[in-house]
Design a protein around this ligand. Structure first.
Ligand SMILES: C[S@@+](CC[C@H](N)C(=O)[O-])C[C@H]1O[C@@H](n2cnc3c(N)ncnc32)[C@H](O)[C@@H]1O
Length: 117
């Protein structure tokens, strides 16, 4: 186990991983350059044949969280952000209940990185 505390859009590195699982982080990246840096880390980190699972607010989810603006995605939107290296395998919709009882629509998208040719 390797624990890294970092700005996900910053210059950190990680040994190759089989699975990248993001729950409710990517949707906070409202700047396209930050998203591109995040995706760069995904490409660096996830092994060929590896899995990427990203859970974000869905199109009918909140447009702010913790008083911060967020981006909302459908599966095609997440796929477009990750690019052609990753193939969308599965999408699951979920409604998260906050401690105060509010409903938040999420979408979980699972991708596989193309294996080597
Ligand atoms: C809604 S919380 C989700 C936390 C956890 N993944 C979960 O599902 O319980 C959003 C998290 O995104 C993190 N976050 C937002 N922008 C980030 C960034 N640029 N780099 C690293 N973490 C970030 C925040 O620190 C916060 O912990």
């Amino acid at each position: 186990m390797v624990w890294i505390e970092a700005d996900v859009t910053g210059p950190w590195t990680v040994p190759s991983v089989d699975v990248w699982h993001d729950h409710a982080v990517f949707h906070f990246l409202t700047d396209a350059a930050d998203r591109a840096r995040y995706v760069g880390h995904v490409r660096e980190a996830v092994k060929p044949g590896g899995t990427v699972i990203i859970a974000t607010f869905a199109p009918d989810g909140p447009d702010r969280c913790s008083d911060l603006p967020v981006c909302r995605y459908d599966a095609a939107g997440i796929a477009a952000e990750l690019g052609e290296m990753f193939t969308l395998v599965e999408t699951i919709a979920d409604v998260h209940r906050t401690p105060s009882g509010a409903a938040q629509s999420f979408i979980y998208s699972r991708f596989v990185r193309e294996p080597p040719a």
